[in-house]
Write a protein that binds this ligand. Sequence first.
Ligand SMILES: [Zn+2]
Length: 339
Amino acid sequence: MNDLNILNELPDAFLDISYRDIKKVFEKPTLVHLKGNKGPALFVSILLHGNEFSGLEIMQEIFKKYKDTQGYALPRSIWLFVGNVEAAAQGLRRLNDELDFNRAWPGTPEPDAPTAKLIDEVMKRITENELFAAIDLHNNTGKNPPYGCISVVNETNKYLSSFFNHIAMVFHTPKGVSTMAFDHICPAITLECSTPGNRPGIDRAVALIDDLMHMDHFPEKPLPTHDLQLVQNNAVLKIAENVNFGFENEKGNFDLTLVENFDRHNFTRLETSEVFAHTTLTKPLIATAEDGTDVTDELVCNENGAISLRKPLMPAMITLDKRIIMQDCLCYLLEDYAS
Ligand SMILES: [Zn+2]
């Protein structure tokens, strides 16, 4: 009844396949278990979003490193979940008529969706025995540095985060994200490896996963506070409906003109003195808190058409792609994590 393929070996063709050809190796979502020299196993998920292909390249590098004439000489056992192969083949994040593979994990608001049933099967198999850690590999759009996302703030998750980069995000929504499913099971992190194929993002993830393959246990000493900056989402900033917008370096007359290279503000503090847009409208931007409250008036200052923030926050996930801005958002506004 289910569409999950489970294997105890990795086909050689996996090592060099491109994400668009992934169905030549795995026709459907596939869970691979490979035995290593020690347990508990490390769980790694890739291609939950079909067009975020760094995860595939990261795991190809890991497996190539440990390939020998007998198969794989892995220091630690591993579970690899190759998620949305259909979307990957089509170069899409997900298909239109299905639940997102990263909104379908335990806690999802849509537990009866076929994707959620498939994920249930994955969870059942991988949690039959203890897990060492769970790593979910993603990419995002725009000039973001690589960073980790964790849903529980504890020493092991902080260690995972700091090994990837000096900044990480704490999140509790949306529900059904894979990392949250491991809250009470094992250390878990989502690695946002910058844009698909971005080399520093791939290198950092390979180094972290390789380290986890060798480690006997997580460090017991607490992480020094200066080793990691934890941030959380304060609000999401969207462009109001029917607002004709553009960038300073573009030709045209816009109701809202954003500064050129706005994405250079990604993961840096945007001060209240910094004007980042000009407008002819009263309220061209809408800021919404995580609980859905409109916080535009608290956060966005419009002084004679010059737009700035009312308090310093850190924009993230800024993209200059107008289609994504309209579909998704202009950016998130982050603040320092407060427990
Ligand atoms: Zn993703």
